[in-house]
Design a protein around this ligand. Structure first.
Ligand SMILES: Cc1cc2nc3c(=O)[nH]c(=O)nc-3n(C[C@H](O)[C@H](O)[C@H](O)COP(=O)(O)OP(=O)(O)OC[C@H]3O[C@@H](n4cnc5c(N)ncnc54)[C@H](O)[C@@H]3O)c2cc1C
Length: 427
């Protein structure tokens, strides 16, 4: 599948390089020539931010790009479900920023603690201040700690969310490993929108795989705040075939979790109480806090943006990409974040040069691994319409009746996708 290689709209890396070369030769940058423009600060060095910072430098090496990132090591969420199931180590998820810095991006390892949209400056926790002409926010998500009664930061140490990869991932894995055979595992899946729509179901599959191979008397229940989810038929067909001990309870069947009781690991719905041996609570989410500081998040907690440039609809000169943004039909994924980053970089470079951004086309592909030799995919194409991203022609899901060889091949493609995107962003 060539999808493993394609990342953003029609713009490939080679195109970026080509247009960067052309721009350098043919287009004097008026704003840069005045010496006033050309400073871009990117906050968040994940799939969106690191991709955007590098793409900006590739487009025009003269743009002064600073990437602000709170951590020196990035821990990737994609494939972290395999870590929970004991099929992969957390170190395989971790990446540094040496290559990002080597590509000409200035790294600022600190947390952005303030944004002044009027003064066009960012304050860092280490006391430094950075002035910008354009700011790109790519901070990912925060958990809504007020979104589920009983679930706060202390509860997450007992009932992990593991929706930000790292310690939480390891904690959930350890809990599964130390659970007795015959225990009940509960996953609570949130309502839309949230990071990685197929993620809870991939996780359920891989935790069920772990239980089937290591603790076969155990049972897994997914309590869901939705009636429908990404790749649903594919997941449910696979569960019937592979994991009879996995039960999915929809919203209409009373699946919505209304509160949790961490002291007894009890998960409560309107109709039932489930005392779990392991409870994985995936709570409601919102754009990470710096979006509030920059005044770009709306009442939904997410950031509305213009679909052509990803410039905030609330603050000029600030762009928001990745999970933090409202992207219409485009799901919150690492693939999407990387695609949006390239479109945003191209738009920012044009705007700095006093030119008009071009209308983008974007694609997204999400692989889910349900067992070591069982993968499925959803792919979509998107274009701007009336200020938001809508579905464009193309896209689809893996065939419903595919042979085992196709499922095995898609699991391999998933591996190829992870290696390709992380090499492109961090390598
Ligand atoms: C279990 C799971 C499985 C997934 N599987 C897939 C998959 O198979 N395929 C796929 O495409 N996607 C997958 N995703 C989704 C993917 O991880 C996210 O969509 C992606 O990480 C979004 O990228 P981002 O750059 O917006 O945010 P992130 O990757 O989270 O990066 C945000 C960065 O911003 C930094 N930051 C935040 N605030 C500040 C601040 N104030 N100052 C400095 N730095 C800051 C953080 O430290 C972080 O490094 C999965 C997610 C989960 C949870």
């Amino acid at each position: 599948m060539t999808k493993t290689k394609g990342i953003a709209r029609r713009l490939t890396r080679r195109d970026v390089m080509k247009s960067a070369a052309a721009a350098a030769v043919l287009l004097p940058m008026p704003a840069l020539a005045q010496g006033a423009a050309g400073r871009v600060v990117v906050i968040g060095g994940g799939f969106a931010g690191a991709s955007c910072a590098r793409a900006l430098k590739a487009l025009d090496a003269r743009i002064n790009v600073t990437l602000v990132e709170a951590s020196r090591t990035f821990t990737a969420c994609p494939f972290s479900n395999l870590v929970i199931a004991g099929m992969r180590e957390l170190t395989a998820q971790q990446f540094g920023y040496d290559k990002v810095a080597a590509s000409g991006v200035t790294m600022a390892f600190s947390s952005a603690s303030g944004v002044d949209p009027q003064a066009k400056s960012v304050t860092l926790a280490d006391g430094n201040r950075l002035a910008y002409d354009r700011l790109v926010l790519a901070p990912g998500i925060d958990i809504r700690w007020d979104g589920l009664p009983g679930y706060d930061e202390a509860a997450a140490n007992v009932m992990p969310h593991a929706w930000k990869a790292g310690e939480q991932t390891t904690l959930l894995r350890r809990q599964l490993e130390s659970m007795e055979d015959g225990g009940l595992v509960v996953i609570s899946a949130p309502a839309n929108p949230f990071r990685c729509p197929p993620g809870p179901y991939e996780r359920a599959s891989l935790m069920a795989y772990y239980l089937k191979t290591k603790k076969p008397k155990s049972k897994l229940i997914v309590l869901d705040a939705k009636d429908a989810f990404s790749k649903q038929r594919l997941f449910q067909n696979a569960w019937k075939e592979l994991y009879p001990n996995l039960e999915w309870v929809s919203l209409s069947s009373g699946g919505k979790v209304t509160s949790v009781e961490p002291s007894s690991k009890t998960v409560v719905t309107d109709f039932s109480r489930h005392q779990a041996a392991v409870a994985n609570i995936i709570p409601p989410q919102k754009a990470a806090r710096v979006a509030d500081l920059a005044q770009v998040a709306d009442r939904s907690g997410w950031c509305p943006v213009d679909a052509m440039t990803f410039e905030s609809k609330q603050q000029p000169n600030i762009h928001v990409i990745g999970d933090a943004a409202i992207m219409g039909a485009m799901p919150k994924s690492a693939f999407s974040a990387n695609a949006q980053a390239k479109v945003c970089a191209a738009a920012v470079a044009k705007l700095l040069a006093g030119e008009k951004p071009v209308e983008p086309r974007l694609i997204n592909t999400c692989y889910s691994v349900l067992a070591p030799d069982y993968g499925i995919t959803v792919a979509g194409a998107y274009r701007p319409k009336d200020g938001v991203l809508v579905d464009a022609e193309g896209g689809g899901v893996s065939p419903i009746d595919a042979p085992a060889s196709t499922r095995a091949a898609e699991a391999r493609y998933a591996d190829g996708w992870f290696n390709t995107i992380t090499a492109e962003v961090f390598g």
